[in-house]
Design a protein around this ligand. Structure first.
Ligand code: F6R
Length: 250
């Protein structure tokens, strides 16, 4: 696990976008795993800017998103489908048929989850997975206690996750209780992973992640067993870690 410290959100987004763009150039038919939320929005903005300025082509790129809320309509402006369209997909030349998110709109959700796992396998696996991290250490929506062997499935959101994501909803009770999420074993099969973190709210979990042994209590800790993970985090997110451990650039 490689740790990279950057000054701020802008630099984090810049570096993450550079990793994606390099892959797109090196492997124009790559499969890229994507996250939603506040963290990667700046990365997507830079991908869009780069597409406009440099015409980096996504014509043969395939994407698979980590997760989608259960029971929301795809065109609901809180769905991750909507988020991805707004932030990225509507602005680059990615083909619609190459964009994948878990269905999750109507039952049968369990079957949709199984199909999604199969789809990722059929695509040949994920070349680069972009991850955020929950304040409780979740990756995707795999909450603390999720077995590391988990595959894509229907998951229940932790009350703290619903609380953290309530900012995107009019009413906090509107936050869905469940999602379909790539499993931890699914994420671990990605060839390369970048985990992004920004802001003071992520400081405690990054410190805990740095210090902990691999444990299902902190889902992201499994990434220590992956051969190619880079954490790109800004100074605020690394403040506690640096205060207690010194520099993280290594
Ligand atoms: C989103 C996802 C989540 C988020 C995490 C951090 O697709 O899978 O794991 O990455 O909850 O969210 P933000 O970036 O909003 O702090």
């Amino acid at each position: 696990m490689r740790w990279i410290e950057v000054d701020n959100y802008e630099q984090m987004s810049e570096q993450a976008a550079a990793v994606v763009i390099n892959l797109v150039k090196e492997k124009p038919e790559a499969v890229i795993g994507l996250a939603t939320g506040g963290t990667p929005a700046g990365t997507y903005k830079r991908l869009v800017d780069d597409y406009k300025q440099n015409t980096t082509s996504y014509e043969n790129i395939k994407t698979v998103n980590l997760d989608e809320y259960v029971g929301l309509e795809k065109n609901s402006d809180q769905s991750y489908t909507y988020y991805m369209d707004q932030h990225l997909f509507d602005h680059i030349n990615l083909k619609r048929e190459n964009i994948h998110l878990p269905k999750a709109e109507t039952p049968p959700y369990e079957q949709d989850a199984k199909d999604y796992e199969q789809l990722i396998e059929d695509l040949g696996g994920v070349d680069l997975q972009v991850l955020g991290i929950g304040e409780n250490g979740h990756i995707g929506f795999n909450e603390p206690g999720t077995p590391f062997s988990s595959k894509t499935g229907v998951v229940e959101l932790d009350p703290s996750t619903r609380e953290a994501n309530a900012r995107y909803f009019e009413n906090k009770d509107d936050v869905p209780t469940h999602a379909i999420s790539m499993g931890i074993s699914t994420i671990m099969k990605s060839k390369k992973i970048i985990l992004l973190a920004s802001g003071a709210k992520k400081a405690p979990i990054l410190y805990n992640l740095f210090k902990t042994d691999v444990t299902e209590d902190i889902p992201a800790s499994i990434l220590k067993e992956h051969p190619d993970v880079t954490i790109i985090a800004d100074s605020e997110a690394l403040a506690l870690l640096k205060e207690k451990e010194g520099s993280v650039n290594r």
